[in-house]
Design a protein around this ligand. Sequence first.
Ligand SMILES: *Cc1c(COP(=O)(O)O)cnc(C)c1O
Length: 424
Amino acid sequence: MAVDHTPDRMTQPPARTLPVHAPLEQFPVHAGELRVGGQPLSLLAERVGQTPFYAYDRQALRNRVASLRKALPPAIKLHYAMKANPMPAVVGFMAGLVDGIDVASGGELKVALDAGADPQEVSFAGPGKRVPELRQAVASRVLVNVESPREVVELQRISQELGLPARVAVRVNPDFELKGSGMKMGGGPKQFGVDVEQMPQLLADIGRAGLDFEGFHLFAGSQNLRPESICEAQQKSYELALRLAADAPAPIRFLNLGGGFGVPYFPGEQRLDLAPIGENLAQLLARAGTEMPQASFVIELGRYLVAEAGIYVTRIVDRKVSRGHVFLVTDGGLNHHLSASGNFGQVVRKNYPVTIGNRADAGPAETVSVVGPLCTPLDLLADRMALPPAQVGDLVVVYQSGAYGASASPQAFLGHAPCTEVLV
Ligand SMILES: *Cc1c(COP(=O)(O)O)cnc(C)c1O
């Protein structure tokens, strides 16, 4: 790195810049108001008719999928893992943008099919699939990502009863982890997938059961912002699938390399650089041309597709000063947005990006804490953050909230009203 030897720099104390949130450009600001779906936030709040609410922006979703497609080889199929945001309107909209939907319960399967997803491009993963869920999957001809020997036994019986061979892929618990992930979901002992060591036996069982074997599913982890780790996991997943193909009852037609693409939530985090991932996938596809000629490749993403296109909006109901510290008390918090409160798997609580949506051009003026209405100290949306000066009635906006929000929060906790959601 170049060293700056200009005298004035050398005489100044070293800059101690605090880490900041990655720039947020999805929602422009005009005349002080954040705009969502082209509308000023205050007007949108009137249209919604209540606070708190989540708003998801169609154009931001479109832009996200378009930029992702530009960065990845065209042959890669994009699947939306709908557990990130299962709002039916969002799933319906996403179904028109991506190539397939990944579901993780019978309930999600219903939403995906109602949304018009093509069953050929729907896959169903998750531990502990119950018999009624497996029957739903076989009857609707979606792909089941098998996660245990029991599922093979059940699927054989269901296939015979319904006269339809179940379409299956095997979710593999690999012998490696996705380094630097927020949540690790492969490697070591796991409830997800089938250990590599057990694969030869399971693949033989699938062949004997007469199931329609299509390929493999590998999902190493989530919320990763390190392209080199994602590339390494994809590389290893490909190699592993190639090894396992030797024992498979049919040629590999489907290879789901997982996802794990993260988004910047906290100060100091940067957006994921897709270029190396695109290059790595192009190399794998080139190899697959000879090594796995029938395989189509899938990447499954949840938060990466939807998180940045959504905000949570909650109104300030009280402004209190306690021993000199300002608390903005809002009409929703942890009960609607568990992850922004820091209680959804985070080890250390950090602030999501937050602003005052109807004074968004005012610039930071005071250091405050934003707390929800729940009678617990865990209900914290912003801890000592510099925000524009805010009053009762103003709208607090939590960015990066399009994933793991409403459906991932304990809405009944403490008996407050549930939030609502809009797609604009
Ligand atoms: C949760 C999950 C996803 C989505 O994870 P994101 O971090 O939201 O991208 C994808 N696939 C599987 C199997 C999952 O369990």
